[in-house]
Design a protein around this ligand. Structure first.
Ligand code: ADP
Ligand code: MG
Length: 463
């Protein structure tokens, strides 16, 4: 998994992802936002998207990022985050002026003059004051706080832990605090590599070196991705030493302890081990409840909207999603979108469906074959008929129903579903899903049938 494939060619089908998002989020959301997003570049574990304006980026980030990521991950599992590049057209002088002012305001945070790198900028929404603390992350939190108050208290500080446990949030908080009066550089290891290779190609190595050695605080996120590439490690090592010599603070995050880093020079590992090494554990039950509660309150203030998620559901989520804070937050976001869209509080079984792909419930391990069998039985047709190309009305509806159920109850992508239904094109799949969605709205019997089928499929329950 940790190979140097940072420069892979694009292989995600962005049009397809957009059309899946259209289904998921509705035509309005698609037309207003998603349509305007384009795929710029794919990296090892993240992708860079372009948007026309800052506003669109912020809007999408605050509302749809989770769903976009989920959809992308159905096609490419290793993608864990999304970054945005803004393609603002600066056609008026005043806009140029605004931009200048922004650069001045953030003057304490340094960037290489490269549009790419700007996206490793510090996120003002991830701060110490909104990082919730429990026994699993207390030590990492306190060490980070100390470092941010007191340069060279621990140097380097090395924080490690699994995905979605708050490492980036902590690094960002340190950067946010320290950039108030120091020069801060916050970059992911992948970005560092990218920048490194780029400056070699453009003969700008001197600038690159100066840039990194000129900072008071260097934060490097996800150092495990900085593997191989001897020349780069060499450069990193020198930068690292130069910074420590002049007592700059270095903070590093990784998904594993220094000794387990693969293909990273021993001497770099041992310098990491020489500082303070701290891990973040999976969140304990109390912390999970706290995070859920906090997120709900946040949304209430944000949208001035009453959110009423029952204790039963909060408890269910805290119990089921227990190893990843990102997923926990994502789960709440989904429940809340659901309750806003349908204007009701989801029941427990609806919650299970909404969060299906995040849960490890065995009953949710739905096979396409099971869906087809159950739907055929329900409508009293044979499987051959369902999978045939015949378009008689008595076959079309059951077929569309099965396709619809596959779409909502499994994590299969549209082309995968198409293949399972006798190699139908993904546009046919989209059409079927839409048809059933429309019929469900208009026709209570249809809605009833769908719910019955869902119950049989998911819980083996009739009625
Ligand atoms: P990592 O870098 O370890 O994969 P992140 O820092 O990106 O994880 O965290 C994932 C998401 O969960 C982010 O939205 C982050 O703000 C949130 N998060 C993680 N831990 C906490 C916490 N203790 N309190 C509040 N939010 C958290
Ligand atoms: Mg991270």
């Amino acid at each position: 998994m940790h190979t140097n494939k940072s420069f892979d060619k694009i292989n995600l089908d962005w049009k397809l992802i957009q059309s899946e998002l259209k289904l998921k989020l509705g035509i309005e959301v698609y037309e207003s936002w998603i349509k305007k997003v384009a795929l710029h570049e794919e990296f090892n574990n993240y992708i860079l998207l372009t948007v026309p304006t800052r506003f669109i980026r912020d809007w999408i980030t605050s509302r749809y990022l989770d769903q976009i990521l989920q959809t992308i991950r159905k096609h490419k599992k290793q993608i864990v985050r999304i970054e945005f590049k803004i393609l603002e057209k600066k056609d008026t002088e005043s806009e140029k002026f605004d931009d200048l002012n922004q650069i001045k305001e953030s003057g304490k945070v340094s960037f290489i003059k490269d549009s790419h790198l700007q996206y490793s900028r510090i996120d003002p929404n991830k701060r110490f004051d909104n990082f919730l603390v429990g026994s699993s992350n207390k030590i990492a939190f306190e060490a980070s706080l100390k470092v941010s108050e007191n340069v060279s208290y621990y140097n380097p500080l090395y924080i490690y832990g699994g995905v979605g446990l708050g490492k980036t949030h902590l690094l960002n908080s340190i950067g946010y605090e320290m950039s108030k009066n120091k020069k801060v550089m916050f970059i992911s290891a992948e970005r560092f590599m990218y920048q490194f290779v780029k400056s070699i190609k453009s003969n700008e190595m001197v600038k690159f070196k100066e840039h990194f050695r000129n900072t008071d605080v260097l934060l490097i996120d996800d150092i495990q991705f900085m593997n191989g590439k001897e020349a780069m490690q060499e450069e990193f090592f020198h930068t690292f030493n130069a910074l420590l010599d002049k007592e700059s603070q270095i903070i590093v995050s990784a998904d594993r302890p220094p000794n387990n880093l693969s293909r990273i020079q021993e001497r770099i590992k041992s310098r990491f081990s020489g500082g303070l090494v701290i891990d973040i554990q999976k969140p304990e039950y109390e912390l999970r409840r706290k995070i859920i509660n906090h997120r709900i309150n946040e949304l209430i203030t944000l949208h001035a909207y009453e959110v009423n998620i029952t204790d039963e559901i909060q408890d269910f989520i805290s119990n089921e999603i227990n190893s990843n804070v990102r997923e926990l937050v994502g789960a709440i976001n989904r429940i809340i979108s659901f309750s806003r869209i349908y204007n009701k509080i989801p029941s427990l079984s609806e919650t299970k469906i909404i969060l299906k792909d995040l849960l490890n419930l065995t009953e949710n391990n739905v096979k396409i074959d099971t869906i087809q069998t159950i739907v055929c039985k329900f409508f009293k047709i044979s499987k051959n008929e369902m999978l045939s190309s015949r378009r008689s009305r008595y076959l079309v509806r059951p077929r569309q129903t099965a396709i619809y159920l596959t779409k909502i109850l499994t994590t299969k992508s549209l082309p995968e579903i198409g293949r399972e239904f006798s190699n139908r094109d993904h546009t046919t799949i989209i059409h079927s899903v839409k048809t059933i969605e429309r019929l469900k709205e208009k026709n209570p019997d249809m809605n009833d049938n769908i719910n019955k089928l869902k119950n049989i499929i998911l819980y083996n329950k009739e009625g």
